[in-house]
Design a binder for this molecule. Structure first.
Ligand SMILES: C[S@@+](CC[C@H](N)C(=O)[O-])C[C@H]1O[C@@H](n2cnc3c(N)ncnc32)[C@H](O)[C@@H]1O
Length: 277
C-alpha cells in the first residue's frame, strides 16, 4: 500500500503520458462527457450556450460566415457547428468521440442543417482542404504537448486556403495563477462519472512552474482494475503563443482578451492567426 500510494503521489514529467483520448472515447466516459457538453450546469466540456452565442457572434462579425467554409476541430456534439451552419457557413465538424458525432448528426438532421461530421483524430487524419476558417474552441490546444501542437499546426496549415484563418482560444496565466496543488481521496467521487461500479478516486494536482503547465492526475481504483487519467493544461501568454505560432508558419492577426466574457483579466483569450506568406 505504501509503495502504491508513493507512486500515485509522484509528479510525472511534463506531458509524459497522454490519456486525453480515453477521456473522450472510452464508452462510459464518452457518454458522461456528452452529457457534460449538453448540460448548462457544468463548464467541464463546453461553455454554456449563452457564452457560445457570444463567441459565434464575434466570429461572424469578424469573418461574415455566410458562404464561408469552416472546419471545426473537436466539434463535440456540434454546439458551434450548428450555429455556424445557421449563419450560412459550409461546415465540416470533426471529433474522435463516436458518441458526440452521433449526437451531432442526429441534431443536425432534426434541425434540417447540412453539416458534414466525421469521426477522426485531428492529429492523425488528413483534414478537409481549402477551408476559409479552422476553429479549435474551448482551449483544446492547451491539452496537448508541444510536439502534438506542432503536428496540429501542420495539419491546420494543410487544411487552410492560403488566405484562410485559424481561430482558437487558450488558457491565460490568470487561469494558471488560480490553479493550486493539492491531493485528495474520495470514495465514489462524482459517481457515476468514472464508472458505474463502486470506486475510489485519488486526485493529485501538480503545477510545473517554469513550463506554465498544470496536471490533474486521477487514479481510479475499482475492484477489478486501477486506471489513470492525466489532464494536462499548457497556459500561454500573448507573447508565448505569438512566438509558437511564428515558429510554426502562422502570424497572429489579433488577440482577443476575454473571448467569451467582458472581463479584462479573463482565464482564456482568443487568437486569430493567418498563414505566414
Ligand atoms: C473541451 S471539448 C470542446 C468541444 C467543442 N469545441 C465545444 O466547445 O463545445 C474537446 C473536444 O475535442 C475532442 N477532441 C480532443 N482531442 C481530439 C483529437 N485529437 N481529435 C479529435 N477530437 C478531439 C473531444 O472529443 C471533445 O469533443
Amino acid at each position: 500500500m505504501f509503495k502504491e500510494l508513493t507512486q500515485i503521489d509522484q509528479k510525472p514529467e511534463v506531458f509524459s503520458v497522454y490519456t486525453t483520448d480515453k477521456l473522450w472515447t472510452e464508452p462510459h466516459l464518452a457518454e458522461q462527457m456528452l452529457q457534460a457538453h449538453l448540460s448548462q450546469e457544468t463548464p467541464m466540456a463546453s461553455r454554456p450556450l449563452i457564452a457560445i452565442d457570444r463567441v459565434v457572434t464575434w466570429i461572424d462579425d469578424m469573418f461574415e460566415l455566410n458562404g464561408k467554409s469552416i472546419c471545426d476541430l473537436g466539434c463535440g456534439p456540434g454546439l458551434y457547428a450548428e450555429k455556424y451552419a445557421l449563419l450560412g457557413a459550409k461546415v465540416h465538424g470533426l471529433d474522435f468521440s463516436v458518441n458526440s458525432i452521433q449526437y451531432a448528426k442526429g441534431s443536425a438532421s432534426k434541425c434540417q442543417l447540412e453539416i458534414t461530421y466525421e469521426v477522426a483524430n485531428y492529429l492523425e487524419k488528413a483534414l478537409p482542404s481549402d477551408q476559409d476558417i479552422v476553429t479549435l474552441i474551448y482551449c483544446d490546444l492547451c491539452a496537448i504537448s508541444a510536439s502534438q501542437r506542432q503536428k496540429l499546426y501542420s495539419q491546420v496549415r494543410e487544411c487552410l486556403k492560403p488566405d484562410g484563418t485559424f481561430v482558437f482560444d487558450v488558457f491565460s496565466l490568470s487561469a494558471f495563477d488560480s490553479f493550486t496543488e493539492h491531493c485528495s481521496f474520495a470514495p465514489n467521487y462524482m459517481h457515476p462519472f468514472w464508472s458505474n461500479n463502486k470506486y475510489y478516486t485519488f486526485h493529485n494536482a501538480f503545477r510545473y512552474e517554469g513550463d506554465r503547465v498544470s496536471l490533474d492526475h486521477y487514479t481510479i481504483v475499482e475492484e477489478e482494475r486501477t486506471w489513470h487519467v492525466y489532464n494536462w493544461i499548457q497556459y500561454f501568454t500573448r507573447e508565448s503563443i505569438r512566438t509558437e505560432l511564428a515558429d510554426n508558419g502562422f502570424e497572429v492577426i489579433e488577440i482577443v482578451n476575454g473571448f467569451d466574457t467582458e472581463e479584462a483579466n479573463s482565464s482564456s483569450f482568443g487568437v486569430i492567426a493567418k498563414l505566414k506568406l
